[in-house]
Design a protein around this ligand. Structure first.
Ligand code: NAD
Length: 481
């Protein structure tokens, strides 16, 4: 049984109180490792280490910081197979996806921000003959990064990379449901020569370590990705503490399919958008609106393809659909499938738990599920299910499609499938979301702003937005006239 350790001041440590929780492999349902359930004592030790390390790190040149981070990215690449296997075991996602998406992006995130910091510049505002203002952008100091279980190392690195690149010291908390790759990553940080205390990783639950991290007075900024309810809780407990907050929260993303789309390409990608990572990507398109003239044809082709998705052991290379992350999450997803039927929906394909033979017989597998016949305002279409469940609905006009798309409290991502240029731009302008993909899905350029509106979050990550978040602007006004 592997015992996960915290990473504090460059060392791999047991938690002070000696408390551990079980880490379950979703594909087998078996406990396979133990995770520290850290508390305030561990946090205090990490804060002291981070404070001590931060000044030196901030005074290290951008080039030197970038070189260390690029070395770390190279070490991730060199260990990609090991990390992908660990991610597939820990999360239940197919190993091929883990390698091509999660681990690929983990090193890309680090390399991207390492390079970005060497190109980061600040503004100056000349007041003609009187004075010049220039903006200094200094690191904040000690910052906190909290990440979820769905893309464990991918989102963990997405947060810590800009924080570290811009000279902050970081205390990071990965999800207690998928802690393994962050633990393995801490060993790679040692190998890369990251100075002690610059990054500290504390494992444990939200109540035991997440909450204390958000309210610690010396932690001046929190970058959080997770559920909307947790984001609201963090906002509440930090109110009046004047911390910078970046909140990347839940979604209930619409997919708009117009009759003039490239039919085959659209079917392929709408299936991918709905079911990648077992539907457990915050950007997955779970409400699919189809223009009425192609509704029946699209439905048929869509279902045919969904039925062909290969469910299996995440560790097999040809598996396309692995296990859901936990028993509790599987039960939540199954309860929504039941609710959808109570609300008048018809399950067109899927709808059931899957029992595999052999190693995975006790795993948390659920069939890719497509439901039709629901109204837009029912709970199934309003609440985030975050699993392999999507609904399909017809629409008649562009305005109706926009209204349906905007008809939830969320506003994270969306995708629009059409060959009509004017319509594409108009719909993109009208959709209430932080991200609109036209004729594509999950095509990511790391320089672009990333985040949501409404209950999907506050603030933007990515590119300069992230570097701005992790720095404080100071205006210096020099009068010379
Ligand atoms: P979650 O909110 O339960 O947990 C996220 C993290 O917060 C975990 O590390 C957890 O331990 C920690 N946490 C829990 N309670 C806390 C508290 N009171 N204070 C501080 N930290 C606390 O979310 P989850 O179930 O791990 O992840 C799924 C959710 O994340 C979904 O809603 C999904 O849409 C969202 N998500 C959003 C994005 C995005 O970019 N917008 C990306 C991925 C996932």
């Amino acid at each position: 049984m592997q015992i996960i350790k915290n990473y504090v001041n460059g060392q791999l440590l047991d938690p002070f109180a000696g408390q551990y929780i079980d880490n379950v492999e979703p594909a087998t349902g078996q406990v396979y490792s133990k995770i520290p359930n850290s508390d305030e004592h561990d946090l205090e030790q990490a804060v002291v280490a981070a404070e001590h390390a931060q000044k030196g790190w901030a005074n290290t040149s951008n080039e030197k910081r970038a070189a260390i981070l690029c070395r770390l990215a190279d070490i991730i690449d060199a260990n990609a197979d090991m990390l992908a296997e660990a991610e597939a075991i820990d999360n239940g996602k197919p190993i091929t996806l883990a390698k091509n998406v999660d681990i690929y992006r983990a090193s890309a995130n680090i390399r991207f921000f390492a390079q970005a910091i060497t190109q980061f510049s600040s503004e100056s505002h000349a007041m003609e003959v009187v004075a010049i203002n220039y903006t200094l952008r200094d690191p904040i100091g000690v910052v906190g990064c909290i990440s979820p279980w769905n893309l464990p190392l991918y989102l963990f690195t997405w947060k810590i990379a800009p924080a570290l690149a811009s000279g902050n010291a970081v205390i990071a908390k990965p999800s207690e449901i998928t802690p393994m790759t962050a633990f393995l990553f801490s060993k790679l940080c040692v190998e890369a020569g990251l100075p002690d205390g610059v990054l500290n990783i504390l494992h444990g639950t939200g109540p035991s370590i997440g909450g204390p991290l958000t309210t610690h007075p010396k932690i001046k900024a929190i970058s959080f990705t997770g559920g909307t309810a947790t984001g609201a809780q963090i906002t509440k407990v930090t109110a009046g503490m004047f911390k910078k907050l970046s909140l990347e929260l839940g979604g209930k993303n619409p997919t708009l399919v117009f009759a003039d789309c490239d039919f085959e390409d659209t079917v392929n990608n709408v299936v991918r958008a709905a079911f990648s990572n077992q539907g457990q990507i915050c950007l997955c398109g779970s409400r699919i609106y189809i223009e009425r003239p192609i509704y029946d044809k699209f439905k048929q082709a869509f279902i045919e393809q969904v039925k062909q998705i290969k469910i299996g052991d995440p560790l097999e290379a040809d598996t396309q659909h692995g296990a859901l992350v936990s028993k509790a999450h599987m039960e939540k997803v199954l309860s929504y499938i039941e609710l959808a039927q109570e609300e008048g929906g018809t399950v067109l394909t899927g709808g059931n738990q899957v029992t595999l033979e052999g190693r995975c017989e006790n795993g948390f597998f659920v069939e890719p599920t497509v439901i039709e016949g629901l109204t837009n305002h029912c709970r199934t279409n309003q609440e985030e299910i975050f699993g392999p469940v999507c609904t399909i609905m017809p629409f008649d006009t562009d305005d109706e499609a926009i209204m349906l798309a905007n008809g939830t409290e969320y506003g994270l991502a969306s995708s629009v499938w059409t060959n009509d240029l004017k319509r594409a731009h108009r719909v993109a302008k009208e959709i209430e979301a932080g991200i609109v993909w036209i004729n594509c899905w999950l095509l990511r350029d790391l320089r672009t702003p990333f985040g949501g509106v409404k209950s999907s979050g506050v603030g933007r990550e990515g590119g300069l937005e992230a570097l701005r978040f992790f720095t404080e602007a100071k205006n210096v006004c020099v009068k010379y006239g």
